[in-house]
Write a protein that binds this ligand. Structure first.
Ligand code: NAP
Length: 304
């Protein structure tokens, strides 16, 4: 039986893998999509202590290699269910059943959709949730970004480097993201801020040909002719599979405080998937360390 199973190989899960193994525990790490988590979509990271500048992809890759170097077993399987049988936790994926003494849920969060008609159908045909991944397809073209957080600001900044014109659409006139990013964008000549506006429809049949925005106050509608529409309106958790084993808050995040304890003995949580105020790379890494050390202590307590 593995000592600790970690669900999710983003920053929190990979950090937990490092700390758990350094505490002498065997670790199995499950990842259902891509290793690295959300940070792989961030072009520039310059707020991680001790690293002046890196890309999200480079950061995730280095962290993955570091976790592997301690011997973690990685399984590319989505965890569908966890059964709490006291001292044994059963982890079920589509391909198998695994046993651990403790589990750390580090499932992160997924992109929040805007909920527009045909939004899902047009993914890959002009709609994208990842400027770093798909931006290059729109070289020399006009694009729009929706959102007012750091992701939207950084996506817009990234796209200004090679797109002809970038509309940044935000539902308010104040940004949630850092002032530094706003200032950098304001200095760009090919950015147009469309504020106090909501995207009300996607134009085009088989591919995006534009977006319709509606002014929040006047109700006036305007069509922006773009071939790419990047949606960056935050994240939402994906913890439904675990609602029977841990408590979720009203937004679907796993209820746990800074101790990363879920209230279910032997089940811990770390990173963006848990209830918290600040969701940053540093707080995900911090949670990974806290959860791993708590899980290691719990595993040791079983032997007493
Ligand atoms: P976020 O900070 O939660 O911002 C989401 C933005 O989308 C907000 O401006 C919000 O508007 C808007 N929004 C939400 N729902 C909407 C809707 N239905 N229609 C229109 N607009 C909507 O999300 P994020 O930008 O993805 O960032 C998540 C976390 O990661 C943040 O803590 C952020 O600082 C961090 N992050 C850090 C870096 C970095 O440090 N390099 C890079 C990227 C992200 P309102 O403001 O009106 O609510």
């Amino acid at each position: 039986m593995t000592d600790i199973i970690i669900v999710g190989a983003g920053t929190a899960g990979l950090t937990a893998a490092i700390y758990a193994q350094r505490a002498g525990k065997s670790v199995m790490l499950f990842e259902g999509t891509a290793v690295g988590g959300q940070i792989i979509n961030t072009p520039d990271v310059e707020n991680y202590p001790g690293i002046a500048h890196t890309s999200g992809f480079e950061f995730a890759n280095a962290l993955f290699e570091q976790a592997k170097s301690f011997g973690a077993e990685i399984r590319y399987e989505a965890v569908k269910e966890i059964r709490d049988e006291g001292a044994v936790k059963k982890v079920l994926t589509g391909s198998g059943e695994y046993e651990a003494k403790a589990v750390i849920l580090a499932t992160g969060a997924k992109n929040r959709p805007l909920g527009l008609a045909r939004e899902q159908d047009l993914i890959g045909h002009g709609i994208s949730y990842c400027a770093t991944c798909d931006g290059m397809f729109y070289r020399g073209k006009d694009v729009a970004v929706a959102g007012g957080g750091n992701t939207a600001l950084e996506d817009a900044l990234f796209l200004t480097n090679f797109c002809r014109h970038v509309y940044l659409i935000h539902r308010r006139d104040a940004f949630r993201g850092d002032e530094k990013n706003v200032s950098l964008l304001k200095a760009k000549e090919n950015v147009e801020f469309v504020l106090n506006a909501n995207v009300t429809s996607i134009l085009g049949d088989d591919k995006v040909e534009g977006v319709e925005v509606t002014d929040k106050f006047s109700g006036e509608k305007r069509e922006l002719p773009v071939s790419g529409f990047f949606i960056a309106v935050g994240q939402m958790p994906a913890n439904e599979a675990f609602s029977g084993i841990v408590t979720l808050d009203d937004k679907g995040y796993i209820s746990a405080g800074e101790s990363c304890e879920t209230g279910t003995a032997g089940i811990f949580t770390a990173g963006d998937c848990r209830t918290k105020e600040v969701r940053q790379l540093t707080t995900a890494a911090s949670d990974g360390a806290v959860a791993a050390l708590a899980a290691a202590k719990y595993v040791e307590s079983l032997a007493e």
